[in-house]
Write a protein that binds this ligand. Structure first.
Ligand SMILES: [Zn+2]
Length: 342
């Protein structure tokens, strides 16, 4: 299930070496690292927890769905497309909602509705006005569950965008290395990321770089830096490696289906520059693809384990071509967002 919010109430039913087995609802179990668990004997488990009224509203940038609950219950979320929806399942919750107030200040949310999909699993469905998912975050304010939804920007020009660019690895984390020359991934991801930064700044976009020099930054730290920068979307640059030295080409990766289009447009644009296709990869379990807060795309430019690709990666002109093609892909993606109303 990956992410669990802080302060969620769970019942422990069993234990393994490193994990607690916890009960989310009657029919759903999960494993939680023991280091992330804190026993609280003041909490008395109830036989059921109810949902109460909802409020749907917005401010100048986000829409919000507020759901009052009896307790901080575990949840999971999904992105659906065609039409675009966000689905949130709240475990251990039974519906007592008979009042959903919807205000005009909510601009991206088209409809919200509830469904009791199991005795104690409560489903919240949020229909969006645009095809493209721009991201959302879910958190508790006291015992109110809040789903905060980023609207599609009205101005979809590149100069209105703030783009996070991540150069993979760095410092004591070398990444992979070149098959013939032994060059290190961390140095070339930085060179390419810097070219991408330059190409974006040339188009008057705003850029946030996770690193601009050879330094060690962990995945949690990177994610927190990017979230704090509040970008419109993220591009992470890596170089690939395979045990088979014949494998080559460019690939892009996404985790959630709603963020797929950005990765498709970037791949298509890279292929126009004559790169070999490795493919577009979904459900990818890469830490920086994990956040739902903003669209994100991992670009594995080429394979350092392939001689021909390595030669390309060594060429500074190639870095410029990659940067230009990523920017062109982003532009095509933004163009596609303009015409896509649900
Ligand atoms: Zn890498």
């Amino acid at each position: 299930m990956t992410y669990l919010d802080t302060g969620i109430v769970l019942k422990v039913i069993d234990s393994t070496i490193g994990n607690y087995k916890v009960q989310l609802s009657k029919d759903h179990l999960a494993y939680l690292p023991k280091s992330n668990f804190k026993k609280d004997s003041t909490i008395k488990l109830e036989s059921y927890y109810l949902t109460s009224s909802w409020m749907v509203n917005g401010d100048d940038k986000f829409d919000y769905v507020n759901i009052s609950l009896d307790e901080k219950l575990p949840y999971r979320s999904m992105q659906l497309i065609n039409p675009s929806k966000i689905v949130v399942d709240i475990f251990g919750a039974t519906s007592n909602t008979n009042w959903i107030t919807q205000r005009l200040s909510a601009k991206e949310i088209k409809n919200v509705y509830q469904e009791q999909i199991e005795d104690d699993v409560f489903r919240v469905t949020i229909e969006l006005r645009h095809q493209q998912h721009w991201g959302y975050s879910i958190y508790y304010a006291d015992k109110r569950l809040i789903i905060k939804i980023k609207r599609q920007p009205q101005d979809l020009s590149l100069e209105n965008m703030k783009i996070a660019v991540d150069a993979g690895h760095g410092g004591n984390n070398n990444g992979t290395s070149g098959i013939k020359t032994g060059i290190l991934e961390k140095n070339y991801t930085l060179l390419i990321a810097k070219q991408l930064e330059k190409a974006l700044l040339d188009k008057d976009a705003k850029v946030f770089m996770t690193r601009t020099k050879d330094e060690s930054i962990g995945m949690i730290e990177r994610t927190e830096m990017i979230k704090a920068a509040d970008p419109d979307f993220l591009i992470s640059i890596h170089l690939n490696s395979s045990v088979k030295d014949s494998i080559q080409g460019v690939s892009t990766y996404y985790r959630y289906i709603g963020f797929r289009p950005l990765s498709q447009y970037i791949l298509e644009s890279m292929l126009k520059a004559g790169l070999t296709e490795f493919g577009n990869v979904g459900s990818f379990n890469f830490a920086l693809n994990g956040p739902t807060d903003y669209p994100n795309c991992l670009v594995e430019v080429a394979f350092l384990s392939n001689k021909d690709d390595e030669k390309l990666i060594l060429d500074p002109e190639f870095h410029k071509v990659v940067a230009t093609q990523i920017v062109e892909g982003i532009k095509e993606w933004l163009k596609s967002c303009k015409k896509d109303d649900n």
